[in-house]
Design a protein around this ligand. Structure first.
Ligand code: ATP
Length: 611
């Protein structure tokens, strides 16, 4: 019974999809692929030498068979016979040992190349903008990093060496055959297609049948899933479709058994064809060899003909493999193309060539007529201008989706403005060194992200060399110290995956402590919209009030208490600043703020007082 589904035939031919997406193999692509190999040229040369020697050595036993026959057996020389047999065994062992060295080298090179590739891909992905991560599927990014690069390893450790070793074996076998006798060698070459063509034909037929059987199987599973489920059966019963569904099932089932029978028989025929044709070649060589010896008195011995037959047997494998390798080659090139496409994605947010250092790191911010769009078709921010002086604080309020988070994303350059300019500490953010700029800004975002680890590890992420006293001070200021001290393991308590073991309020306070450790010149606090209970809220408020009072800060505020803590309020609607000022005057103005106050803040305040 030939193997089903995932058998060896599978993957030997290109699918329609692979044919349609066949990559263009250009000189530039090959050059780029080989550029990854060049650092390891010395090891590669050694591998090549190993492949060449072991391929040639593996042919020697076939040649020695001739001598064993002529000089040992027919020549009746026992000593020579033993020497030749030992030599043949020694050569086989030698070829195998060199093969082991080759595998090691090969693996070593493949691992090192993928190591380099993974690292540079990771670096490249780190330099990608937020836009890249929001528009690309996370699964795709991870696939590129893992299975695609693993594929490269396979290509290097298997495809390249398979091509090389088979090509060398093939050439060496041909050379030996022609050296022995050109007439027999030519006959041998002419019979190779007799073996190869039927093999490929039978292989393709079986592969197609397997695929068809697979499709049929999927169809049957679909029918079963649909009609034998609770709701499916109900539908069938109500509409009286039992007979109809049965016919559909029987039909698919019948097709399946026919395919199965054909597939098994194709497997059987496959063996008949291969064994017949592979014995045609040797027989033809014996015949032609015999004619040459008997009729033309050619200088040929029994051993010579036997050597030719043995060498012919060594041609089949490499020819077949090399014909199949084309598929692997195309797949490998597609793989490299996919990876290179990722590498070629431009870095959007770049470090300036000659960065400017602000004269005073005071955390001041200024927006000058800022326009911004995530996609060219949809403008998000329009002509936004405001100034936040050092040491002061501003609250940004506005309806959901009005562009508040977008505004603050422009300060650490998670995105770049499409018009106007954002200044930080008096210098355009695009002219500052990226890492230094980001180091000076602390963000407590709406969605607090904590790594799966201990509280201490999460805090040290902001400042790896922080002392215990600094950790305690930051947590105290962030109003989370009590909570940590109550934990059995204290700072070494685990936060769970993404901090899931903590409540929303605890997570926010922990991330406030983390930002405090970073001690940024500008603090941005994006208040969570999700409602926290009033105790959590007041704890957060208690934590941030003194922080706001002591440093330059921007607050995206949803709660009146937070808004009131700021020196100025900016009201944003549809990407514009529509009102600005103090709470009392804005409430009276009867505009967007008044509406927000009536619908959002006041109600929250009332709910709080009821609590
Ligand atoms: P909320 O108070 O609900 O957090 P917000 O005022 O902070 O809202 P933003 O997050 O700045 O609003 O979003 C402004 C607009 O930009 C929204 O319409 C949103 O759909 C859109 N937007 C936000 N992020 C992206 C993105 N990465 N790609 C495309 N559009 C985005």
């Amino acid at each position: 019974m030939p193997p089903r589904g995932g058998g060896p035939m599978r993957g030997q031919f290109l699918t329609e999809e692979e044919k349609a997406n066949r990559p263009k193999v250009t000189g530039a692509l090959l050059k780029r692929v080989f550029s990854y190999l060049t650092p390891y040229w010395a090891q590669l040369l050694l591998t090549l030498a190993c492949i060449a020697v072991s391929s040639v050595l593996s042919l020697l036993p076939s040649v020695l068979t001739g001598r064993i026959l002529d000089d040992g057996l027919i020549g009746r020389d026992l000593h020579m016979l033993i020497v030749l047999i030992l030599l043949s065994l020694g050569v086989t062992l030698g070829a195998n040992l060199i093969g082991v060295a080759e595998s090691y080298l090969n693996n070593w090179i493949a691992q090192h190349i993928t190591f380099d590739m993974r690292n540079s891909m990771y670096r490249h992905l780190q330099s990608m903008s937020q836009r890249f991560f929001t528009t690309n599927n996370q699964g795709d990014i991870i696939t590129r990093m893992t299975s695609d690069i693993d594929g490269v390893q396979r290509v290097i450790s298997s495809t390249f060496t398979t091509i090389l070793s088979n090509a060398i074996t093939l050439l060496a076998a041909l050379a030996l055959m022609y050296r022995e006798n050109w007439v027999l060698a030519t006959v041998g070459v002419l019979v190779v297609p007799l073996f190869v063509i039927p093999t490929r034909f039978a292989g393709k037929t079986r592969w197609e049948l397997t695929r068809e059987a697979q499709e049929c199987n999927d169809e049957i599973n679909g029918i079963l899933n649909e009609t034998l489920s609770v709701s499916g059966q109900l539908l069938v019963k109500i509409f009286g479709k039992e007979e109809h569904e049965y016919k559909k099932y029987e039909d698919a089932n019948r097709r399946m058994i026919r395919l199965n029978i054909r597939e098994s028989m194709a497997g059987r025929w496959f063996f008949v064809v291969i064994s017949t044709f592979s014995s045609v070649g040797p027989m033809l060589l014996y015949l032609v060899g015999g004619i040459l010896m008997m009729r033309y008195d050619a200088d040929l011995s029994v051993g010579d003909v036997t050597v030719m037959v043995a060498l012919l047997g060594r041609l089949y494998g490499p020819v077949n493999t090399l014909l199949n390798i084309q598929v692997e080659w195309i797949r490998s090139m597609a793989l490299f193309t996919r990876i290179f496409d990722y590498f070629d994605m431009p870095v959007e947010i770049k470090n300036p060539d000659r960065p400017l250092r602000p004269a005073h790191i005071d955390g001041s911010v200024a927006f000058h007529h800022v326009d911004f769009a995530y996609d060219p078709e949809r403008q998000i921010l329009r002509d936004v201008s405001f100034r936040l002086e050092a040491g002061r604080s501003v609250a940004i309020v506005g309806p959901s989706g009005s562009g508040k988070s977008t505004m603050i994303n422009l300060i650490p350059r998670l995105y770049d403005v499409t018009g106007g300019m954002v200044q930080f500490c008096g210098v355009d953010v695009r002219k500052q060194e990226l890492a230094a700029l980001r180091a000076r800004i602390g963000i407590v975002s709406q969605e607090t992200y904590l790594f799966n680890g201990t509280i201490r590890e999460n805090l040290l992420y902001a400042k790896p060399d922080a002392t215990e006293a600094e950790l305690v001070a930051a947590c105290d200021k962030a109003n989370i110290l009590d909570f940590i001290e109550k934990q059995e393991l204290g700072f070494d308590a685990m936060v769970g995956n993404r901090g899931l073991k903590l409540s929303g309020g605890e997570k926010q306070r922990l991330s406030i402590a983390r930002v405090l450790l970073k001690d940024p010149a500008l603090l941005i606090f994006d208040e969570a919209t999700a409602s926290l209970d009033s105790i959590s809220e007041s704890k957060i408020q208690e934590a941030i009030d003194p922080i706001i009072a002591s440093r330059t800060s921007i607050l995206i505020a949803h709660r009146l208490s937070t808004i009131l803590a700021a020196d100025e309020i900016l009201v944003v609607k549809d990407g514009r600043i529509v009102e600005r000022g103090q709470h009392a005057e804005l409430v009276k103005a009867g505009g967007v703020y008044t509406e927000l106050y009536e619908t959002q803040f006041k109600r929250a305040l009332e709910a709080e007082s009821v609590n």
